[in-house]
Each structure stands twice: as C-alpha cells, then as structure tokens.
Design a protein around this ligand. Structure first.
Ligand SMILES: [Fe+2]
Length: 209
C-alpha cells in the first residue's frame, strides 16, 4: 500500500535510518525440524536433534561451571587450576558450537539462552557462592559423567538410525574431549603428600644425622 511506502521511516530521504525494536512471529518453533536435504528421514533428524539439545544444555552448563570455578578457585593450587579450568572452558565452548550447529544442520532449533538451558539441564545447580577445591572438582567430575553417559547412549542411537555425522561428533569430539578433561581434573583429587613422602624420605634424613 502506498500509505506504508510513504511512512517517515521508509520515505526516500530517510532510508538510512535503522529500523529498531522490530518483532514478529518465530519462523521455526523450538522442537520442530524443517526439511534438510541430507538424505535422512525427518523422524531420524528430529530424534537426533532432540538428543543433541539435551546434550547442548548440559554442555553449556558444564562450560559455565568451569568459568565459575576459574573465577572462584582458591588455595595452594590456585594458579594451576585457574589456568586448567579456563582451558577446559574454552574446549567446552568449542563443543557447544559444534553441537548447536549440528542441530541446525539436522533442521532443528538449538537451545541457546540461559533460562532455557537451566530448565533443560540434568546437571545439579551449584550455589552462587564459593566452594572448596575438592567440592568444585567433585561437581565438575559429576557433570562430566552425566555428559559422557548420555553422549554414549546418543551415539548409539545416531549410529542405529544412520546419522553417521552426529555419531562421529559425539564419539570423536564430545566423548573423547570429556574423557580427557576428566583425567586432568580427577588427578587433582588423588591424596598425594605435598612435602613428606609416605615412608621413604624420612630414612635418608636419619642416615645423614
Ligand atoms: Fe580469566
């Protein structure tokens, strides 16, 4: 209609003005899949996209748990854990992007915002305040185990339904990265002596005297 064309924001002299505060209906609802020509049936793409959204919510939560602990860590191992937690945060961030984009490739909609992630995640919510290192590490290891367990089940579903791309992402990236991170974190809660060895060191000192 000519009336809208001559409205102030779209008239010839004002076309450079940014059109802000626009709203419209969603173009795809969460949980729905659109067609995508990758030779996979819609029900297969939906099942794997749904699984990946659960994994995405848990991976975003685990990633954020790493940043929380990167900031809030304390004690004699402050520096090494401060650095390690941030390294793992960065690796989880890469996984978040890979998982989210795989969901879109399947024709789905990736969960994204914190309140939606909080509703979906299976990882227990930590307190807002600071906790001791062994508790921080226990929370991380528990979160990793939730992710690894569900990723393995989802990988089997992906393989069974012929979704090799999703299977490869889950096995090669998600499972392997999480297992590696578990090793690096878990070794910090092995109860090793810091100064006096359990037994041997003492005798050498006695012989010198
Ligand atoms: Fe930092």
């Amino acid at each position: 209609m000519s009336k809208t064309r001559t409205s102030p924001t779209t008239s010839a002299g004002n076309r450079a003005a940014p059109l802000t505060r626009q709203r419209a209906h969603e173009i795809q609802a969460y949980g729905h899949v659109v067609s995508m020509p990758i030779a996979l049936a819609e029900n297969v793409r939906r099942e794997n996209a749904d699984n990946l959204n659960q994994l995405l919510a848990d991976t975003i939560t685990l990633r954020d748990l790493y940043k929380k602990h990167h900031w809030q860590v304390s004690g004699p191992t402050f520096y090494q854990l401060h650095l390690l937690f941030d390294k793992h945060f960065a690796e989880q961030t890469a996984l978040v992007d890979e998982i989210a984009e795989r969901i879109m490739m399947l024709g789905g909609v990736s969960v994204a915002m914190a309140p939606d992630v909080a509703e979906l995640t299976l990882i227990p919510r930590p307190p807002k305040g600071r906790e001791e290192v062994p508790v921080q590490i226990s929370r991380l290891l528990h979160a990793h185990e939730i992710v690894i367990e569900e990723a393995r089940a989802m990988a089997r579903t992906a393989a069974k339904t012929g979704d090799d791309g999703t299977n490869d992402l889950l096995v090669s990236s998600v499972i392997r990265t999480n297992e590696m991170q578990v090793w690096f974190v878990a070794e910090h809660v092995v109860d090793m002596p810091l100064v006096h060895a359990n037994g041997a060191g003492h005798h050498e000192q006695e012989e010198d005297e």
